[in-house]
Design a protein around this ligand. Structure first.
Ligand code: SAH
Length: 431
């Protein structure tokens, strides 16, 4: 049955993706062997290196990156460069604790070793911050400019809890753009370029820490892209964030709109992180009109996979539901949603997201009264519900919006001059 859904999904994806997009997605799932330095990599090094050398759609030579390597890997790397093992420990400390951006800034490391690393094509793997927008509520949205000139969004959200301590959540992207084109999402409207490499996910957290000058406490994979279409890199990044950047697994959330066969795969890793599933509708018919990829992954199959995820991991699935005025926000919709969730068991949570208006969208944000009525209907059916506070609305907070302002075309060519594309924005642009 799942295989059938897989075939449906691929067939639909073919319509969703242009031929160019498919080729790029394929290129980014391939890797070519490394031939430059005589390094004997461990499995994790190997994974990082194969990602590092995968050819880009424009065949831009990609550097080998240190970010993402474990302490063991870095020790082996140092030894392979004729250094003593402790130099690897130093590299580890400089990358993950001191969060140094550039090999030449590794001042504790001998200059000759730094030069050799650079000559062999190694980089730390940190991208420049291309733009920074600060919202009045303290939310900061960054655009990072990747090695191939593509721009990705990452958002830092400071939240003060009841006891006065402040959490800092990083909302990270997993792809450049998104091929799934949910009807209300700005990222989908901007098209899809490629999957992010694992270090490009990790570096977003480091960029947020750098800008806020404090540690990130929570990570949500809710930025640009569909994490389950880039699961390998997402899992590698998750591992690095947990082991090397020391963010607890329970402090991380992976959000998906649903890709056949991937929830099961994720469950097999038995992560202690939260799985968030973007539902947006209580029935298949309505969901298909909001989420085109739902045609390839029927709601009952998705719900069954969520139930099995809970059974396998004992972790409660959180359902996200973007409230679109007059489309999916009636009390009847809420009652139907509660019924659906009860059918598939208990232990669910619903996170309502009142629509964040995006440019050129026909959707509207519901009035507060309608949101409250929806909450009441769910709560009276004993479904625990939260409403996502709209953060940084003045900073183009809806997914993909900021990047679209700068880069309408997701495929940047060498000749593109990003600076010349800056629109006149009524925003606090500070970088
Ligand atoms: N592809 C993943 C991550 C996407 S962003 C997923 O679909 O889960 C995280 C959440 O923000 C998703 O639930 C997404 O549907 C929602 N979202 C995107 N654009 C939005 C908007 N303009 N208003 C409200 N929610 C939005």
């Amino acid at each position: 049955m799942l295989r059938v859904y897989g075939v449906w999904f691929l067939t639909s994806l073919r319509y969703l993706l242009s031929v160019r997009d498919i080729m790029m997605a394929m290129l980014h799932h391939c890797s070519i062997p490394l031939a430059r330095v005589a390094v004997r990599p461990s499995p994790r090094t190997r994974a990082a290196i194969s990602f590092a050398t995968a050819s880009s759609p424009r065949a831009t030579p990609q550097s080998q990156v240190l970010l993402g390597l474990s302490e063991n890997d870095l020790q082996k790397l140092a030894i392979d460069f004729g250094q003593q093992g402790f130099r690897g420990k130093q590299l580890y400390h400089l990358i993950y604790k001191r969060k140094v951006r550039d090999i030449q800034e590794f001042v504790q490391v001998p200059l000759a070793f730094r030069n050799e690393l650079e000559e062999a094509g190694w980089k730390v793997g940190r991208s420049p911050i291309f733009n920074k927008v600060v919202a009045t509520d303290g939310t900061i949205k960054l655009l990072l400019k990747l090695e191939d000139n593509r721009l990705i969004e990452t958002v830092g959200i400071p939240v003060e809890d009841d006891k006065g301590s402040v959490r800092l959540t990083a909302c990270v992207s997993s792809q450049v753009g998104c091929p799934l084109r949910c009807s209300f999402c700005a990222t989908g409207k901007g098209g899809f370029s490629r999957n992010l490499r694992s270090h490009e996910i990790v570096e977003q957290v480091l960029a947020i820490e750098e800008v806020f000058k404090r540690r990130v406490s929570n990570v949500v994979f809710m930025g640009m892209g569909e994490p389950m279409l880039n699961l390998k890199a997402v899992l590698e990044a998750h591992h690095c964030l947990n082991k090397d950047i020391q963010i607890g697994q329970r402090m991380m959330t992976i959000s998906t709109v649903g890709v056949p066969n991937t929830i099961k795969k994720l469950a097999s890793h038995k992560l202690q992180s939260t799985l968030a599933v973007s539902l947006h509708a209580p029935n298949q018919k309505l969901r298909e009109t909001i989420v085109p990829s739902a045609k390839s992954y029927p709601l009952d199959a998705l719900m069954k996979d969520c139930k099995e995820y809970f059974q396998e991991t004992n972790r409660r699935v959180s359902f996200e539901y973007a409230l679109l005025a007059g489309i999916n926000d009636s009390v009847d919709n809420a009652v139907e949603l509660a019924k659906l969730l009860h059918e598939y068991g208990s232990g669910y949570h619903v996170n309502l997201i009142p629509f964040n208006p995006i440019e050129g969208s026909e959707f509207r944000r519901p009035y507060r009264k309608a949101v409250q009525a929806f909450v009441n209907a769910l709560e009276s059916a004993k479904i625990t519900t939260s409403v996502r506070q709209t953060r940084g609305l003045d900073a183009n907070a809806a997914c993909g919006q900021l990047r679209n302002n700068f880069q309408k075309n997701p495929l940047v060519t060498d000749s593109d001059n990003l600076e010349s594309q800056l629109p006149n924005m009524d925003l606090a642009v500070t970088s």
